[in-house]
Design a protein around this ligand. Structure first.
Ligand SMILES: [Zn+2]
Length: 158
């Protein structure tokens, strides 16, 4: 009897280990939350356009000194590639390759991101934006359903 109970506890501990609460949970960002998510300051995301078939992974980081300026990196098989930067002025998204950037506005990776940003207020359903389980502003793990839907933790949902 006593040894049975011990076995039962062991099994439980193993199950708890499998569902690790410290492991990020990737999820799709709700379409109405995409603009805020992408411009939150430290955004790591995956964007898939099901119409064009394009799908890329980005890091979009706000310039700490110029709040309306963002740097764009795209993931590749060889690691992150710095693409360029963009300015946000209300609804205008002004992209520049700059001197150190790898891709101009006509590059498909840049186009896929700019299309999403420029249409983010009314994003077509064929564009799917996904986060990797961390707040796009502070990096905290997203755990509750509301946070997972917006890609921002409850503290950063300003
Ligand atoms: Zn946060």
């Amino acid at each position: 009897m006593f040894s049975d109970l011990e076995n039962f506890n062991e099994v439980n501990e193993l199950e708890v280990e499998k569902v690790d609460p410290n492991k990020p949970t990737p999820a799709v960002v709700h379409n109405s939350k995409v603009r805020k998510f992408l411009l939150a300051g430290d955004c790591h995301c995956h964007i898939e356009n099901m119409r064009s078939g394009n799908s890329f992974e980005y890091k979009i980081q706000r310039n700490k000194k110029k709040k309306n300026m963002y740097f764009v990196n795209v993931a590749s098989g060889l690691g992150d590639i710095y693409c360029g930067y963009f300015y946000v002025n209300a609804d205008l998204i002004d992209y520049r390759k700059g001197e150190k950037g790898a891709f101009g506005e006509n590059d498909v990776r840049v186009q896929a991101l700019l299309f999403t940003l420029r249409n983010a207020r009314k994003l077509p359903t064929y564009v799917v934006v996904q986060h990797f389980g961390k707040c796009a502003h502070c990096g905290a793990l997203l755990t509750d359903i509301d946070s997972l839907h917006r890609g921002l933790c409850s503290l950063c949902e300003y």
